[in-house]
Ligand binder design. Structure first.
Ligand code: G6P
Ligand code: MN
Length: 440
């Protein structure tokens, strides 16, 4: 089986490869035997290939690794595509975040004005990829990691239908953290989680048929033991009667998160630009040390994981067990294995709504609990949504669709609508200036 990674020079690619090596060691059925990397930055692809070569040393049956010359070469005849690109690179992320902050609104990679700018730049490229896949690998499954994952998956689904599935690590992380805080084994709980990407709520968490969530939301001590509990605080969580995705802090605590991000010395993008830039330039000069340098850079990055949230909430840090339990590569690999081997699994994924939330367009991509098997991902029925949850979902879906319209038809009015209608952009005049500065 062949897996193609677009954005193959990405820093997290060795984590995916590591999971593939575990399959090779166990000689797992239907495992990936060929890994094809493609990246528009060939230096980065070379560096990552050196990391993978060191990582695979001595592992019998490790997948072959090839760096493709171009997109078509990477896609032709492949079985699975992981699309994990960053259009505009980290420098683009820095600009998205800074331009927004300079105009006094939240600057974040996927949320608010930053996310809209990122979407405007990314969607044309994602659509081109979708069209090339449809032509060159019509039976392939595309697992989209590319952010802003909700709107990018929605744009690609117009071409690929249900063959594109969007993923994120934050919902499964929330479920695991909440289960542990409630004293339950994360592998045994069932749950109701629904929303859009980076905008969802955990509304039920059951063990043997008993809902643990009301007890957890009423237990200040237990809430103080994990990320979302600390971020949102016991009082607000009790009132909200649900556990929000960590990204909802930017909506519920607008002024605090805006202040924390604008007071911080650097944005997340600025930190990563330096940290990742250092890694790639050193590893390019010393390919024999690429693996060691990557390990060191990975540990450093993980220590600062969620730095924006940390700044906003005054000093928490993700536990190492959270990082082990979550991670994009885990979600992506679990999804790929379930599809390739028809192993029934439940995962929280970005898929077409198809009546799951009856108030929302059937074709709209939502993030919800799905049953996965050889036929792909099917959303499971969920409890009715509350008006406040629906309201935010409607508003953000309108923003996402305006971004897609703007990107497809190069329509500046649609871009202005996308930015100005975002709940975290408080003036169309500000939106217009942001568009102008971004050259969008
Ligand atoms: C989480 C989110 C991703 C996001 C990432 C940013 O994993 O779910 O969508 O891309 O954080 O991490 P970074 O280290 O790039 O700030
Ligand atoms: Mn995500």
């Amino acid at each position: 089986m062949r897996l193609t990674i677009l954005g193959g020079g990405g820093f997290r690619v060795p984590l995916v490869h590591r999971a593939l090596l575990d399959d090779a060691r166990r000689d797992a059925p239907g495992r990936v035997t060929e890994l094809v990397l493609f990246d528009t930055d060939s230096m980065r692809a070379r560096v990552i290939r050196s990391v993978l070569a060191a990582q695979a040393a001595g592992v019998p049956g490790a997948p072959s690794v090839r760096v493709a010359d171009d997109l078509d070469d990477a896609l032709r005849g492949t079985d699975f595509v992981f699309s994990a690109i960053r259009v505009g690179g980290t420098a683009g992320r820095v600009r998205d975040e800074r331009i927004a902050l300079d105009e006094g609104v939240l600057g974040q990679e996927t949320v608010g004005a930053g996310g809209v700018l990122y979407g405007l730049r990314t969607i044309p490229v994602a659509l081109d990829i979708a069209q090339r896949v449809a032509e060159l690998a019509p039976d392939a499954w595309v697992i989209n990691f590319t952010n802003p994952a909700g709107m990018v998956t929605e744009a690609m689904s117009a071409v690929l239908g249900d063959r594109v599935i969007g993923i994120c690590d934050s919902p499964v992380g929330l479920v695991r953290r909440a289960a542990r805080a409630a004293g339950a084994d994360p592998e045994r709980v069932e749950y109701d989680y629904v929303g859009l990407n980076h905008l969802g709520w955990l509304r039920r968490l059951t063990l043997d048929g008993r809902d643990l969530l009301p007890g957890l939301l009423g237990d200040g001590e237990a809430l103080a033991t994990f990320e979302e509990g600390k971020l949102f605080g016991a009082e607000w969580l009790r009132a909200l009667e649900a556990l929000p995705n960590e990204y909802l802090q930017y909506y519920y605590f607008r002024r605090e998160t805006l202040r924390a991000t604008s007071d911080a010395e650097h944005t997340r993008g600025e930190y990563l630009e330096r940290q990742q830039g250092d890694f790639f330039s050193r590893a390019a000069d010393a390919p024999e040390r690429a693996y060691e340098l990557w390990e060191r850079a990975r540990l450093e990055r993980e220590e600062t994981y969620g730095a924006a949230s940390r700044a906003a909430s005054g000093g928490w840090q993700r536990d190492s067990c959270d990082l082990e339990g979550g991670g994009y590569e885990r979600v992506a690999l679990a999804l790929m294995r379930a599809v390739a081997r028809d192993e029934r699994t439940r995962l929280i994924l970005n898929v077409r709504n198809m009546g799951t939330v009856p108030e929302i367009d059937r074709e709209a991509i939502i993030e919800t609990v799905c049953e996965v098997g050889a036929k792909g991902a099917r959303p499971l029925p969920c409890d009715p949504l509350r008006a406040d949850q629906l309201g935010l979902m409607f508003q953000l879906k309108a923003v996402e669709r305006a971004v897609i319209e703007a990107a497809v038809s190069r329509d500046r009015d649609a871009a202005l609508r996308a930015l100005a209608l975002h709940p975290l952009v408080d003036s169309p005049a500000v939106a217009a200036r942001i568009l102008q500065r971004a050259g969008a």
